[in-house]
Design a protein around this ligand. Structure first.
Ligand code: NAD
Length: 491
């Protein structure tokens, strides 16, 4: 059992938390304990927030062109340490090494995009809005921003916000997931090497008490959170009640329509990766399918074969395509939901419940599972499972399939597989979701596009990444100035 107790990074130095409570961080494949994470108390959040507020005043005055020099260095450090970070990510959250590299690449892409802040942060200037009067709009940083992260992308998700908050002139406090805090601890070892002014970048580990202290602290002005819908709704409400701006990206249950004219080979390959990659623990995992008309038989045949063939195991082993879910408790929950689907009348076509990953018999593995004939109103069709489980329903026509797609609380992503431009266009226009995939299984927006969840998948108005992140981390200041013509006669 590793006794390494993770540290907080506050006011430019590493500090041991005085927290009495610690949680073990466990590799879900091997069950090895990787570290202990402290549940930092409110006093440590206060220390970080006070240092951040002090640092923010100076940092805001550093020219944007100078601020982004730190991001260029950060990009280089992330590239140099990519292998070490990817291994840490796989070990703590279970995904495969290739998936970990993929998430780090997207983190780096966000750093690259934020290097454009001098241009992205530009305001407006209008001369002579009336005789002798000019009007300008500037963007100024909000001050102190906090990022509250989930477990499933421990490297990438803080980077949907962090580079933008930093480059626009804010100081930042990151609260990593208590389930997967090791990768961020390593990233902060790199951030330390940037030699930013003390207090500009900080990290405080912890759980609910730590988050509540962040939400209640008067010096913290902006909250970026990603996690489950109940937590996101709560965090958004509490942040807003305290007068903070908040963007909270939440849970999902992403549907896909499979048309009879889809290329079944590529649809199967892409869909299998979306549903079972990252062990189904992506907020953009496709988890409910609707086959239209004659697509049903052929899709089931192709997809069940792909589900059975998928190689499941420890993410650092060669050729593994699906790792474990995050914990034994999560595995139990997923198994319970599959059983619930059966009780509701679904048929388990591929059963991943009782299979063990060779060499990792105690790991939290669920093998790819396919349920057919899922009742559209049943719990299994609507609850986020967050495991490698795909639920299948059927419709006679595209119109009915779109109605099934839209009959849900979430709106993170919806996809269609078809070779018909007309079907794709109708779907794109009518599907109620913020991210749409057409012959795409994980429609994850590039860093310069907003991560556009809708409905119960998002609380707020400005999303993470790109220009919306720049808007979120800045306030507009409008200046109107009068320079009468007579005054210029003096010169
Ligand atoms: P989670 O809600 O359990 O935790 C997320 C963060 O919120 C953690 O840092 C945690 O400490 C904090 N938190 C949780 N409950 C809290 C409470 N009651 N009070 C205060 N703080 C609290 O989520 P998770 O299990 O780590 O992540 C998985 C979830 O995140 C899934 O629902 C997934 O869909 C969602 N997710 C959404 C997106 C998106 O962009 N929409 C991306 C990734 C993950």
């Amino acid at each position: 059992m590793s006794s390494e107790r993770l540290l907080n990074f506050i006011n430019g130095s590493w500090q041991a938390s005085k927290a009495g409570d610690v949680l073990p961080v466990i590799n879900p494949a091997t069950t090895e304990t990787l570290a202990q994470v402290p549940m930092s108390p409110a006093s440590e959040v206060d220390e970080a927030a006070t240092a951040a507020a002090k640092a923010a005043r100076e940092w805001a005055r550093v020219p944007a062109g100078d601020r982004i020099q730190y991001l260029f260095k950060l990009k280089a450090l992330l590239e140099e340490n990519l292998d070490d970070l990817a291994r840490a990510c796989t070990n703590e959250c279970g995904k495969t090494y290739v998936e970990s590299v993929g998430e780090l690449r997207r983190a780096i892409e966000n750093v690259e995009v934020a290097c454009g802040i001098p241009l992205m942060m530009q305001g407006w200037n209008n001369e002579d809005i009336a005789r002798g009067i000019d009007e300008h709009m500037f963007r100024q940083p909000v001050g102190v921003a906090a990022i509250i992260a989930p477990f499933n992308f421990p490297a990438m998700i803080p980077f949907w916000f962090l580079p933008y908050a930093l480059a626009t002139g804010n100081s930042v406090i990151v609260k990593p997931s208590e389930k997967c805090p090791v990768t961020q601890q390593k990233i902060f070892r790199l951030i330390e090497q940037l030699k930013l002014p003390a207090g500009v970048m900080q990290m405080v580990n912890g759980g609910k008490e730590t988050v509540d202290a962040i939400l209640d602290h008067p010096a913290i002005r902006a909250i970026s959170m990603v996690g489950s819908t109940p937590a996101a709704r709560y965090i958004y409400a509490r942040a807003a009640a305290n007068g903070k701006r908040a963007q909270c990206q939440a849970g999902a249950k992403n549907p896909v329509v499979i048309m009879p004219d889809a290329d079944m080979d590529s649809a199967t390959r892409i869909l299998s990766d979306s549903a079972f990659g990252c062990a189904g623990q992506r907020c953009l995992a496709l988890s409910v399918g609707v086959t239209v008309g004659s697509a049903r038989e052929v899709f089931i045949e192709h997809f069940s074969e792909a589900a059975r063939k998928r190689k499941v195991g420890y993410g650092l082993d060669e050729g593994v395509e699906t790792g474990p879910v995050i914990s034994a408790a999560s595995r139990e929950r997923v198994l319970g939901l599959i059983a619930k689907g059966e009780q509701e009348g679904a048929k388990v076509i591929v059963d991943g419940r009782d299979r063990k990953a060779p060499g990792y018999e105690d790991g939290s593995f669920v093998f790819p599972t396919l349920l057919d004939g899922v009742p559209p109103q049943g719990e299994i069709a609507h609850t986020e499972i967050f495991g490698p489980v795909f639920s299948l329903m059927h419709a006679d026509a595209l119109e009915d399939a779109i109605a099934m797609v839209n009959d849900r609380a979430y709106g993170n992503m919806a996809c269609i597989f078809t070779s018909s431009g007309a079907a794709a266009r109708k779907f794109r226009q009518e599907a109620i979701a913020g991210n749409i995939g057409i012959n795409i299984g994980v429609a994850a927006p590039m860093a310069y596009f907003p991560f556009s969840g809708w409905r119960e998948s998002f609380f707020g108005d400005l999303h993470g990444q790109g220009m919306q992140a720049v808007e979120f981390f800045t306030e507009t200041k409008v200046v109107v100035e009068r320079w009468p013509k007579e005054w210029s006669r003096k010169f």
